[in-house]
Design a protein around this ligand. Structure first.
Ligand SMILES: [Cu+2]
Length: 117
């Protein structure tokens, strides 16, 4: 009987420790998933003026206004685009609305550029 009690106690201890470990791991992976989600899903919108289109490097240089959701002030910078097709009808001097996705630290890509009147 003593042995049985001991085994039950040991069993309970082992399972609760294991449960805690699983809990912790689930918590960790959920936290990681949330961080990844934020990077993949977040689209930011900005307004700017096209300065230069570089079809060889898939970049467009724009002077853009502040993008609050990214915490960016207005500035002139090169943006990478995922699909060079969105650059082909653009012209320097055009005012545009654009969407930029953040896929991780320093990984920003313009996904849409819409000329404005
Ligand atoms: Cu910028």
């Amino acid at each position: 009987m003593k042995f049985a009690t001991f085994s039950i106690a040991a069993f309970l201890l082992a399972t609760s420790t294991a449960a805690l470990a699983v809990d912790h791991m689930q918590h960790m992976s959920q936290t990681e998933m949330h961080q990844t989600d934020a990077h993949v899903a977040q689209t930011h919108r900005g307004h700017g003026t096209v300065n230069k289109i570089d079809l060889q490097h898939n970049t467009v240089n724009m002077t853009h206004g502040p993008i609050k959701s990214l915490g960016w002030p207005g500035m002139t910078m090169d943006f990478k685009v995922k699909d060079a097709a969105i650059l082909k009808d653009l012209k320097p001097g055009q005012n545009v609305m654009f969407e930029v996705v953040n896929e991780g630290p320093r990984r920003y890509f313009v996904t849409h550029i819409t000329p404005q009147k």
